[in-house]
Design a protein around this ligand. Structure first.
Ligand SMILES: Cc1ncc(COP(=O)(O)O)c(C=O)c1O
Length: 379
């Protein structure tokens, strides 16, 4: 039996192994020179302007929480978040004691809809978290136009290496956050990074991630320990040095599959380039039964045929921690629901051979012929 084609795999080789061994031999294991170098090298790889700084942290979720804390978001404040996402943006808001206000997304990019944001702004809105969903740049300029000077956190957890109007994702808002989870384009096992051009926020973030210490032994405010280890940073430095190669390999696979399957893919805006973090599309309405049932059956059929497909994402407003919230209870988020019920992800990673890519295309054609030709998300 042929080996299953995995949905995602990190791009590791002996260079990462050697980097970890180097740190272990050094005896310095926590937030030291490797972390400082990783921050600097990530900024360089992003082409960040000179006034931008980076703060490495333990993961992409605490990156969001710390960004909200640095912006002084707290109890009673409202923060707008998109519905289609991994729960982290909503959780980060709840963990600050603030209120997540859930907005709908666009059927083209699956990203926050500026018109939905405009309808949800109130005098209590203290921040907006815009996710570059699955690596697809969000329309931060459009959100900025409706939101005025309300701080925007760009959650670029999935979007390292993607660009819009020539600039890297993560650099469009007041603060940008990244994740280095194994499913991401650059991985350190667990890990995250926060970037910002706002100096006062950067100073606060550096303090907050390290027990609230301004310098050793000087504690200014209560803070968690959300530092990155030197081993993780050493892995991250190797990964960042390979970013171009990783992007090239992913694009080869992603573009080949998208070109050969006529499906309602997440659309790439003309102004953008993407890292193909996730190959996501939405099934049309089936002839009988629900979209969700058809999607689940297709995921199962592909897996049985050795292609590890998966459902695409979550609708935040349907998850228990958020559904109970009065502010969201009455809201219909139709586009989000269609994307989440009919959404699927296909394998894409750097270890896929040309034969693997061809097999994904063939297996999808075999089991989902009925869905081909559907190009746009059918609402
Ligand atoms: C949009 C988004 N934000 C935040 C996160 C959280 O990242 P981490 O797993 O590093 O905490 C994820 C992880 O999948 C994500 O997809």
């Amino acid at each position: 039996m042929t080996e299953t084609i995995r949905l995602a795999r990190p791009h590791f080789d002996e260079q990462e192994e050697q980097a970890v061994a180097r740190v272990l031999r050094s005896g310095m294991l926590v937030q030291g020179p490797e972390v400082a170098a990783f921050e600097k090298e990530t900024l360089a790889a992003l082409g960040a302007p000179d006034d931008t700084a980076a703060v490495a942290v333990a993961n992409g979720t605490c990156a969001l929480e710390l960004a909200l804390a640095a912006l002084d978001v707290g109890p009673g404040d409202e923060v707008i978040v998109p519905s289609v996402t991994w729960p982290s943006p909503g959780n980060a808001v709840l963990l600050r004691g603030a209120i997540p206000v859930i907005a709908d997304v666009l059927p083209t990019t699956f990203n926050l809809d500026p018109k939905s944001v405009a309808k949800l702004l109130t005098p209590k809105t203290r921040a907006i978290i815009a996710v570059d969903q699955f690596g697809m740049p969000a329309d931060i300029a459009g959100i900025r136009r409706v939101a005025g000077d309300i701080p925007i956190i760009e959650d670029a957890a999935c979007a390292i290496g993607s660009t819009i109007d020539g600039a890297s994702c993560g650099l469009q808002g007041d603060v940008g956050t990244f994740s280095f989870h194994p499913r991401k384009v650059v991985s350190t096992g667990e890990g995250g990074m926060i970037v910002s051009w706002r100096r006062e926020l950067v100073t606060r973030l550096r303090t907050l991630r390290n027990h609230g210490q301004v310098e050793p032994g000087i504690f200014r405010e209560a803070g968690p320990n959300e530092r990155l280890s030197e081993m993780q940073a050493a892995i991250g430095r190797v990964q960042i040095s390979k970013l171009r190669e990783i992007l090239r390999l992913r694009r080869e696979v992603g573009e080949e599959i998208r070109a050969h399957l006529d499906l309602a893919w997440q659309q790439i805006p003309d102004r953008a380039t993407v890292n193909h973090q996730t190959l996501g599309f939405v099934l049309p309405k089936p002839k009988s039964g629900t979209r969700r049932a058809a999607r689940d059956a297709l995921v199962k059929a592909l897996r049985e045929d050795g292609v590890e497909a998966n459902f695409l994402s979550y609708a935040l407003h349907r998850l228990p921690p958020f559904a109970a919230h009065a502010i969201n209870a009455v809201r219909e988020l139709h586009v989000s629901e269609v994307i989440v019920d009919g959404g699927m992800a296909l394998p894409v990673h750097t270890k896929m051979s040309a034969a693997d890519t061809a097999r994904v295309i063939d297996v999808v054609r075999k089991h989902a012929e009925w869905a081909l030709g559907s190009r746009e998300v059918e609402l």
